[in-house]
Every structure is written in C-alpha cells, then in structure tokens.
Design a protein around this ligand. Structure first.
Ligand SMILES: [Ca+2]
Ligand SMILES: [Ca+2]
Length: 358
C-alpha cells in the first residue's frame, strides 16, 4: 500500500523552465549514396577544409524513472546542478523533444537488460513540478494516448517513439524538478528500472559481487563517522558490493549504510532519536575508505524528516571501463537522483542529478 501511495504521490509532480532552442545534431548512420557517377571527385586544392567531425547522438539517461541528463561528445550534461541543493533550477535545459527523438530505450537492473521499449510516458498537470505554461500543458495533453489512470484525471501520456511534438508542445522544456518524466515502458504495474538509456550498454565486462557482507572494519569505519555526528546507533548496511569500480584492475567495495530505522517512514513516537544518516563509502583495495556521499538529518518526530540512500546500480554508461554509480536519495520533498563517475583526476564526482522529492 505504501508503494501504491508513493507511486500516486510521485505522479503529482513535474516542473518548470525555459531555455534552449535547439536540438542535438542528428547524424544519419550511413550517408546516402551518390546519385550519379558523372560528377568527378573534387580535386584537393591545398586549402582543403577538414571534414566536420560528426557529433555522436546524445545518450539520454534515466535513473529510477527520472530523467537526469545525457552523455554526449565526451561529457555528461546534468539536468540540475550536480552539486546543488534541492530547489535549484536546472543548469542544462533539455527540450522534451530531445528525449522523444530516439526510437528505443534500454532498461537495466542488476541482472542486466530487462526490457527495451519504444514508448515513453510523461505526466502533464498543473502545479508543483509541472511543465511551464498552460499552453504547453494543454498542448501536451493532446500528444500521444492517455495511459492508465493513477487517480490523476488521466494526465499520464504515452508517446510512441520516435515522437515529434506539435508546434506548441515542441517548445516544452523538461522541468527542473524531474519528478514525473516517468519511464516504465508503460505497462501497468511495471516499476521504473534502475537505469534506462537511449542506446544499449555493453555489460560483457561487468563483474560485481553482491553476495559479500561487510567486514568488522567496515562497521568500524561507519561507527567512526557516526561518532563524529554524535550518533550512537549501529550502522545498518543497505548495500555491500565488490567490484572494480574504477577500472584499475583492483577490487573495491561499495558500502551504503544508514541508521537502522526503517527506510521510508519515521513516525514512531517511541523512537526519540529522530536522526537519519545515509552514507556511501568506497573501500579501496589498500583498505582506505573514500567518502562518496553522506546526508545527515537530525530533526525529531516529523514524518517528513527522514532520508534513505538507495543504491540504484553500477553501470558503465559512457563505455570508458569505469562504472558510474547510481543513487536515489529518498527524502520528503528534498530528494534527488544522482550519478557518480570516476573522473579524469581520479576523484569520484557527481556528474548527473535531478531533483526528485517525494
Ligand atoms: Ca579498482
Ligand atoms: Ca564509465
């Protein structure tokens, strides 16, 4: 029931913006053959210009159903400020038309490819998290087909890909509160996958061990951090995964931990701790711990004052032999989905993020 409520609530947001007025370059895979053999090839004249380098099509990326940004021309492009706070508007305006241009999306979970789909869904409503402008919302209501009713007056739309938006809707910008560009494949009851991308991933080199359990040293490390924040509770590990995350041939351990409360609701009057601690660490092969992320809240006895860090999988999205680490920080109206990448200077950094409160 909580999950249903959550999904219904989740269907109540989408946001706003304004921005860019161009689409990514689209390059055909195979140029058309020459129409005629009569035209001789151009002679080099000594000043021959370099042929333009064709741009790779952008790879659009969804984490847990929410659009977080793209990979294109050797760089990630984040929807929201990668290091921002909740409520920041986007730094990178993406047009809705962009993510409707690919003909197919590929959905993954820990087991690998779980489905492909040529449909995408979005939520059109007026309020927090809606598309900007009544004209655009009205126009979007006329796009695609209404999907199953989740109690929101049929404002879910399903679009067959590739989809070209009409004259008004073509100006729609993906809201900076990327709550309801849901991506499920749009079969009722199908939950958003950990990752959905607009080109298939090569997972052949993927080696992750989810069967490991934290060592005493792992507990000690978290306890040390907890002690810094005067937390007396024992850490609870949500995730413990071994793998060569940074592609150097050595195995690291990813640890995601928090305090031992139940993850989503914190309203037990008997529990006066009222604290929530979410931490992600990487234990390197030499035993050193790298702090990837931590999020601490200390408010008491308020149903909205919880947080929970959910690991959403490790995938090499950009094909460089290093895993990107996907997370969703679940928090009441202040959460976000984000992606860490091992960047060139050897540090893990947030490269993609979208506001995704609940
Ligand atoms: Ca490694
Ligand atoms: Ca990578």
């Amino acid at each position: 029931m909580k999950k249903i409520l959550f999904l219904i609530f989740a269907a109540l947001m989408l946001c706003v913006a304004a921005g860019c007025d161009h689409l990514p370059a689209s390059v055909p895979d195979n140029p058309p053959p020459s129409e005629s053999d009569d035209v001789p090839p151009a002679e080099p004249d000594g000043e021959q210009a370099e042929p333009p380098t064709p741009a790779d099509p952008a790879v659009y990326i969804f984490v847990e159903g929410a659009f977080v940004g793209s990979w294109q021309d050797g760089a990630f492009k984040s929807l929201n400020h990668a290091g921002g706070v909740f409520g920041d508007e986007y730094i990178s305006a993406f047009m809705l038309q962009e993510i409707l241009t690919p003909g197919m999306y590929y959905a993954y979970d820990e087991t690998g490819l779980i489905f492909t789909t040529d449909k995408i869904g979005l939520y059109v409503s007026d309020g927090v998290g809606s598309f900007a402008g009544p004209e655009i919302r009205a126009a979007l209501m006329n796009e695609g087909q209404a999907n199953y009713d989740v109690g929101s007056a049929g404002t879910n739309r399903v679009l067959q890909l590739p989809h070209t938006l009409g004259d008004t809707a073509k100006n729609a910008i993906i809201p900076g509160y990327s709550f309801f560009i849901n991506f499920t494949g749009w079969e009722q009851g199908v939950e958003p996958p950990q990752l959905a991308v607009s080109r298939p991933l090569d997972l052949s080199a993927r080696r992750l061990d989810h069967e490991v359990v934290p060592d005493p040293e792992d507990y000690d490390e978290i306890r040390k951090i907890f002690a810094m924040y005067e937390v007396k509770e024992e850490p609870y590990f949500w995730t413990c995964v071994d793998g060569d995350f940074d592609g150097d041939g050595e195995i690291e351990r990813l640890l995601v931990a928090g305090n031992p409360d139940q993850p989503y609701i914190h309203n037990d009057p008997a529990d006066q701790t009222g604290s929530f601690y979410s931490i992600a660490l990487l234990r390197e092969s030499d035993g050193n711990y790298v702090n990837l992320f931590k999020y601490l809240t200390r408010d008491k006895n308020d149903v909205t004052d919880w947080n929970h860090l959910q690991f959403c999988g490790a995938y090499d999205i950009n094909g460089n032999g290093k895993y990107e680490l996907l997370f969703s920080l679940r928090a009441w109206e202040s959460g976000f989905n984000f992606v860490l990448s091992f960047i060139d200077d050897g540090e893990w950094a947030t490269v993609l993020r979208c506001n995704w409160g609940m």
